[in-house]
Design a protein around this ligand. Structure first.
Ligand SMILES: CC(C)(COP(=O)(O)OP(=O)(O)OC[C@H]1O[C@@H](n2cnc3c(N)ncnc32)[C@H](O[C@H]2O[C@H](COP(=O)(O)OP(=O)(O)OP(=O)(O)O)[C@@H](O)[C@H]2O)[C@@H]1O)[C@@H](O)C(=O)NCCC(=O)NCCS
Ligand SMILES: Nc1ncnc2[nH]cnc12
Length: 282
């Protein structure tokens, strides 16, 4: 991997946010052609949101590049910056949650990449993420049971009801959906860049427990259904084939009719795209 400046890493991260929203047609998500099941957002909301995050992404890259202490303490530096970034996002979007999950996950990955580049002999980026986040899930959920119901987030409710660890569990495990599925699929996918990124998204969906999806559906059974639909498109040859395109159109209609969102999976495509840009895969 080439070594990049903090400004270049922040630039890759912003491009990853903009590439993700541009990919179409995405089931359950906003793209330039359709808002899907998100009537409060358009592609322009995402452009505004993405640009509002530039100072935060630059902060994450700079913090990671200059870090010399224990890795969990790096994550503690990112968190308050993430809270500020959420405020900037809501200001840019008029109060709409476009990138809450991405602020968390992309910030972590940008900082880990910057750290890994700057530290000679450091472990892989995935291992750096795992070291940064060791114990996150247990610590974050430790006080959840004592919180008033009205103050619980969607992720906290799903943890209490079903033991699902959602974005925190995925992060602490070092984003396996990205490293084991999104990125390998992007590397070998065929067709245009748009089709390769679509296949990468579907590979993520096919192996992922998107708690955003479960929250919208109100049942964990929706995960197996989404996974099967995504896998069927890949098995048909991917989105560059006529058969794949036909199945993708059906999945889009189905998700729109059932008001299902794949917001967490979109975030994993953003992470995949960032790594692909850094590593010259796209
Ligand atoms: C740790 C934080 C992420 C806080 O988590 P929190 O408990 O507040 O929220 P969660 O519900 O757990 O998830 C937050 C977002 O993460 C994305 N996501 C969901 N599942 C996964 C998953 N399995 N893996 C990875 N990422 C996941 C998802 O974000 C995306 O979806 C949003 C758009 O969807 P949409 O349905 O339109 O939006 P909703 O707002 O849900 O509204 P409805 O319309 O359905 O009513 C979009 O944001 C995407 O990015 C989840 O939304 C982190 O925020 C954090 O630590 N923040 C710092 C502040 C802090 O420390 N807070 C204290 C928390 S410990
Ligand atoms: N394109 C998209 N549509 C809806 N939620 C998202 N979260 C991240 N990207 C998204």
């Amino acid at each position: 991997m080439s070594s990049y400046s903090s400004a270049q890493l922040a630039n890759f991260a912003t491009r990853a946010l903009l590439y993700e929203v541009s990919v179409n047609p995405k089931p359950g998500l906003v793209d330039p052609v359709s808002a899907g099941p998100h009537p409060d957002m358009t592609v322009f909301t995402f452009i505004d949101s993405s640009l509002s995050l530039q100072p935060y992404l630059q902060f994450c890259a700079t913090a990671g590049a200059g870090w010399t202490a224990e890795l969990p303490a790096l994550f503690q530096q990112l968190r308050p910056a993430g809270v500020q970034a959420e405020k900037a996002m809501y200001q840019a979007t008029g109060g709409v949650n476009t990138h809450k999950g991405a602020i968390f996950s992309l910030g972590i990955l940008v900082a880990a990449t910057a750290y890994q580049q700057a530290a000679p002999g450091a472990a892989s980026v995935q291992a750096v993420v795992q070291q940064m986040l060791a114990g996150l899930t247990e610590q974050d959920f430790a006080h959840t049971a004592g919180k008033p119901a009205a103050a619980l987030t969607a992720g906290e409710k799903l943890y209490l009801a079903h033991g699902l660890t959602g974005v925190r569990g995925e992060a602490e495990a070092g984003y396996p959906s990205v490293f084991a599925h999104g990125l390998p699929t992007l590397k070998q996918a065929q067709g245009s860049l748009n089709e390769r990124l679509l296949d990468s998204l579907l590979a993520i969906v096919a192996h992922f427990e998107d708690t955003n999806l479960i929250h919208r559906a109100g049942t964990t059974a929706v995960v197996a259904d989404a996974q099967a639909q995504a896998q069927a498109i890949l098995d048909a040859g991917g989105t560059h084939t006529d058969a794949g395109k036909k199945l993708l159109a059906q999945m889009n209609s189905d998700f729109l009719r059932r008001n299902l969102s794949l917001g967490g999976s979109a975030d994993m495509l953003i992470l995949t795209t960032f790594l692909a840009l850094v590593n010259g895969v796209i």
